[in-house]
Every structure is written in C-alpha cells, then in structure tokens.
Design a protein around this ligand. Structure first.
Ligand code: NAD
Length: 282
C-alpha cells in the first residue's frame, strides 16, 4: 500500500474537485469512473482548474505540470488496489454505492473507504464491507477547491484510528475537518436545507416576493446569498431529496418538504441547471 496514493471513485462534479485538490496537495491520484468520456471531461476540467490557479499565481507552471503527472485516470477498479484511502463520489444511489463498497472492500483489506455521500447512512454502507471499522464519511462541499469544510462522518462501526487518519488527510488538503455522528443530513445540510424549505413556505404563502426573501437574509443576516437563490444553485431536486431524507430519517413533521418545492421539481424547474427555479436564469 502506498500512503501517498489516493483513489477517487466517480469523476463527476465532486470527484473532479476532490482529485484536483489531492493532486495539488502532492498526492498521487487514481481517478476511476465507469464512463470513459466522463474521465476525458474530468481531465479537461481539472486542467482548467489548475489553469485558474496559475492565473491567480497560486500555482506555478512547473507545479501544475507535476500535479497533472500525479493524476492517473482509469476505468479499471483494480487500479485502486494499492491506494491508502479511496474516496467514493459516485451517484447518490444506495444500491450502487453498496455494490461499490462491497467490491472495494474485497479489492483491498487495508485501504480506508470513505464516502462523499450527502445523505446516505455510513453505518449501512459499512455493514456491507469486510472491514467496517475502515469505512467513514468524508463529505466535501461544492466547489471542492474553494470550500474549506470537510464533514468527517463516523459510522457506528468506524474506528478512532480511521477518523484520525481522515481528519489528517483533510488537513493535508488545506481543509478544516469537523467530526459528526452518522445522522440524517449530518450538520450542514440539516441546518441549511430546512432554511431553504422554509423560504419556499414564505413564498408559497405570499408573505414576500422571492427577491425580498433573499434580500432579507443577505442584508439582515449577512448571508452571501439568499436562501432561494442558494436553493437554485444547489438544485431544487437535490434540496427536495435532502428534505425527504430528513423527514424519513427523523420521522418529524418539521422536516416536511414545502408543496411549492415539490411542484417546482415536478415541473422541471430545478434552479440554475434548468434555467429556472425560484429565479429565472438566462
Ligand atoms: N454535487 C454536489 O454539490 C455535492 C456536494 C457534496 C456531496 N455530493 C455527493 O457526491 C456524490 C457525487 O455527486 P456528484 O454531484 O459529483 O455526481 P455526478 O453525477 O456529477 O458524478 C457522478 C459520477 O459517477 C460516475 N459513476 C456512475 N456509476 C458509477 C460507478 N458504478 N462507479 C464509479 N463511478 C460511477 C458517473 O459516470 C459520474 O461521472 C454523491 O454522493 C453526492 O450526494 C455532491
């Protein structure tokens, strides 16, 4: 096992960002995806990400070249065999992640298996693995190169040593880890998404316009972005899915998704990515 080699599973939005940060921090990265074209897209996006750092003089051309050399892409899961840590950032589907974790735990008995899941139970993922004490949550935030927080989520089975190693890795990436138990929404989403949901209730009740709701939190609470604009940025489908996880996980009616949010998702008004959400984007 090579302690400087880290595997990343899934080369989408989050996997790309995680791989970029790992490579700039001096780690060798094996970036795995099932889709070849996604790996090509990821390489281009990471190259662009390095380019931005060079333009801001945060990275030299030589360091960019070295970071690119530390990044390998693969469609063979076997290439992750020697990694000290494998960070999974595949789609948020329980059956898909469980299969991946089962396969990864058979591939390597020594690696720590970390999931970037936003909402699934780490305890359930650990339960399908051969060494559940080495399974942990490592929840980055989007965009990964910019946002400093990593939630380190401890499954019931996770060992102290695993948590300590992942906290150290987060710090080596220039991030600030916070340790949190395996409970629905962890810390950030449990605080943030109900606020967006409540803003949707305000709008549904006609209590204020979308612009004024957002303005209220920007000027009255010094939030950099209003809750409805933030919901549009995250994706209203993602917000709805997180409310459903909170509602199901806690069985508490205070987490009921706002009917307006449900209707918007049903209509395909998903926020920025579809051009329309609580606000309209051209
Ligand atoms: N997007 C965010 O803002 C955000 C933030 C924090 C956490 N997350 C979590 O990160 C994870 C990934 O989210 P994303 O937004 O990057 O998703 P995405 O859809 O952008 O990327 C997922 C990638 O996984 C690949 N994939 C599909 N099946 C696979 C498999 N069996 N094995 C390996 N790769 C496979 C896809 O080809 C794709 O490249 C999810 O668990 C999500 O909840 C997302």
């Amino acid at each position: 096992m090579n302690s400087q080699q880290i595997g990343v599973v899934g080369a989408g939005t989050m996997g790309q960002g995680i791989a970029q940060v790992l490579a700039t921090s001096g780690f060798s990265v094996q970036l795995y995806d099932v889709a070849d074209e996604q790996l090509t897209r990821a390489q281009a996006a990471i190259d662009k990400g390095f380019g931005k750092l060079v333009a801001k003089e945060k990275l030299s051309e030589a360091d960019k070249g070295a970071a690119l050399e530390r990044l390998a892409v693969t469609t063979a899961l076997d290439a992750l065999r020697d990694c000290a840590v494998i960070i999974e950032a595949a789609p948020e589907q329980p059956a898909l992640k469980e299969k991946l974790f089962r396969d990864l735990s058979r591939l390597t008995h020594e690696a720590i298996l970390a999931s970037n899941t936003s909402s699934l139970s780490l305890t359930r993922l650990a339960a399908v693995c051969e060494r559940p004490e080495r399974v942990v949550g490592m929840h980055f935030f989007n965009p990964v190169p910019v946002l400093k927080l990593v939630e380190v989520i401890r499954a019931e089975q996770t060992s102290d040593a695993t948590v300590a190693q992942i906290e150290a890795l987060a710090e080596a990436l220039g991030k600030t880890p916070v340790a949190i138990a395996d409970s629905p929404g962890f810390a950030v989403n449990r605080l943030l998404v109900p606020m967006i949901n409540e803003a949707a209730f305000l709008l549904q009740e006609g209590a204020a316009t979308a612009e004024d709701i957002d303005q209220s939190m920007k000027l009255g609470a010094a939030h950099p972005m209003g809750p409805l604009a933030l919901g549009d940025l995250i994706g209203l489908d993602v917000c709805l899915a997180i409310m459903e996880v909170l509602q199901e996980g806690f069985g508490d009616p205070k987490y009921r998704p706002c009917p307006l949010l449900r209707r918007m998702v049903a209509a395909g008004y998903l926020g920025r990515k579809s051009g329309r959400g609580f606000h309209v984007y051209s």
